[in-house]
Design a protein around this ligand. Structure first.
Ligand code: NAD
Length: 499
């Protein structure tokens, strides 16, 4: 039996009147689990009109009342943590523990949004000129929109709408059409938390819905997370239409392993960081660069990776689940074949892996290549599957040069026991998020998620202070009061009027 996915437009959950249907499938066997009636142009425009109308009143709601909605929301998210993780695991194929992590990383951002009053504080300078003071306020922008990818259906929507709405904006969420039920539940809980009608809208669909959001002048800011090609399109189209845009895109993250590193930590961490979540993480480590004698650890890493067994979401022994779709699987298998054809040494090949009883699912076993070079497709393209590419380097300097030549700059890490090597790496590396003996350095919400280069188009990043700047305008006021007016105010009649 399939579930009908609901839009949330102008305060109503509706199945929509669109005739273009999108089938949501279980990645473990590709059986249908839900159906979306993709939002029609009228429905997307109705969501925009409702968000525009709601902005007029929501922006006037005192900041502490807006924060209280977030307080209730983060509480509800925690109460429903397991339920959300179950919905998420079933539609993405992630293991239950991994799904809980996805939800939790989102909850942390919602928690941080409770602190919005402090985040919105402006600046003041007294006496910028004689008797003149200057101070600034941060005010909301208006209607904002978020377009999110399949791989974190809880965390990434929660990077966006709670903070944007806490800042006084209204918001339209267009989640991935591949796993829409988690975002739907997030929206239901937001309504339960007391969000007034119109403040949040949910429209499901694909490019058609996105293009309407990109074109409509009522939308002031667009937050996007997804692939490079779509990110570039969203950034170009959104900014051409004079919107503020932040677009987080694809990645190819390197881990540099120095020979003085803690070998066991390296192996344990690389296993989870490369094939965990089936490699479908924008911060997954997809390239391991072994410096000098560290390359001798490659056979042990292979042994550890070979022990990871994919499985169903509720299989407690499973290391990770299937990839999201047959198309995603076909892409990864094509890249594995290209890797072999282009001369990389395939140490582990998960192309033929399957799970008994679920043979029609999108399974790929852990895969590992050695002797990878920068010309190979498996190095140049984001694989987004459980595939680790190993490379060798003679020195830290050469490893830094290699990483800096990559067009991407989302995340990187170094494993070493040397403070000096770590300091050199963190300083010279041209990547926005660096881990030192930490494989996946995703910052907590009081920082921001700061991808660089081809992994990010825009100026202000996700969550933290940068997101507050992204979702607000700064108004700077310069004021002067004339001392001579005090005398007038001190006359008996005036002082009564002033009380
Ligand atoms: P995607 O680009 O295919 O889709 C993302 C969103 O864009 C979806 O909502 C989709 O409906 C919409 N979309 C797709 N094609 C479109 C088009 N032609 N025009 C307008 N909208 C379109 O990405 P995905 O496959 O869902 O997600 C995986 C990608 O996201 C990977 O490349 C991954 O690296 C990236 N990602 C990046 C980050 C980051 O922070 N940098 C985080 C998570 C995921």
């Amino acid at each position: 039996m399939t579930t009908q996915v609901k839009h949330y437009i102008d305060g109503e959950f509706i199945q929509g009147t669109g005739t273009s249907q999108i089938i949501v499938t279980n990645p473990a066997n590709n059986s249908p689990i839900a159906v979306i009636n993709a939002a029609t142009s009228e429905e997307v425009h109705a969501a925009i009109a409702s968000a525009k109308a709601a902005f007029k009143t929501w922006k006037e709601v005192p900041v502490s009342e807006r924060a209280r909605v977030m307080l209730r929301y983060q509480h509800l998210l925690k109460e429903h943590h397991d339920e959300l993780a179950t919905i998420l695991a079933k539609e993405t194929g992630k293991t239950f523990e991994d799904a809980k992590g996805d939800v939790w990383r989102g909850i942390e951002v919602a928690e941080h949004a409770c602190n919005v009053a402090s985040l919105l504080m402006g600046e003041t300078v007294e006496n910028v000129a004689r008797s003149i003071d200057t101070y600034s306020y941060t005010q909301p922008l208006g209607v904002c929109a978020g377009i999110t990818p399949f791989n974190f259906p809880a965390m990434i929507p929660l990077w966006m709408f709670p903070l944007s709405i806490a800042c006084g904006n209204t918001f339209i969420l267009k989640p991935s059409e591949q796993d829409p039920m988690t975002p739907q539940r997030l929206v239901e809980l937001f309504v339960e938390a007391g969000a007034p009608k119109g403040v949040l809208q949910l429209v499901h669909g694909d490019k058609t819905a996105v293009d309407i959001l990109l074109a409509d002048p009522a939308i002031k800011a667009i937050s996007f997370v997804g692939s490079v090609a779509v990110g570039q399109y969203i950034y170009k189209t959104g900014t051409d239409n004079l919107k503020r845009v932040q677009a987080f895109a694809g990645a190819k993250n390197h881990c540099v392993i120095m020979p003085d590193a803690n070998k066991q930590q390296v192996i344990n961490n690389l296993v989870g960081a490369s094939v965990g979540a089936a490699g479908q993480r924008c911060m997954a480590i997809s390239v391991a660069v072994f410096v000098g004698a560290a390359k001798e650890w490659i056979p042990e890493l292979k042994e550890a990776l070979a022990k990871v067994r994919p499985g169903l979401w509720d299989d407690k022994e499973a290391g990770y689940g299937p990839v999201i779709s047959p198309a995603a699987k076909a892409r990864v298998l094509k890249l594995i074949a290209q890797g072999k054809a282009e001369g990389a040494e395939c140490l582990l090949d998960g192309s033929d892996f399957t799970v008994e009883g679920y043979e029609s699912g999108n399974w790929i076993g852990p895969t590992m290549f050695d002797k990878v070079t920068t010309e190979m497709s498996i190095y140049k393209e984001e694989i987004f599957g459980p595939v680790l590419c190993c490379m060798e380097s003679d020195s830290l300097e050469a490893a830094i040069e290699l990483v800096n030549a990559s067009p991407y700059g989302n995340g990187t890490s170094i494993f070493t026991a040397s403070g000096a090597a770590a300091r050199k790496y963190q300083h010279e590396i041209e990547v926005g998020q660096v881990g030192i003996n930490v494989p996946i350095p995703v910052p907590l919400p009081f920082f921001s998620f700061t991808g660089w280069k081809g992994s990010f188009y825009g100026d202000q990043h996700a969550y933290g202070k940068q997101a507050v700047r992204f979702y607000t305008e700064t108004k700077t006021i310069t004021s002067r009061w004339f001392e001579s007016d005090i005398a007038v105010a001190s006359t008996p009649n005036m002082s009564i009027n002033l009380r």
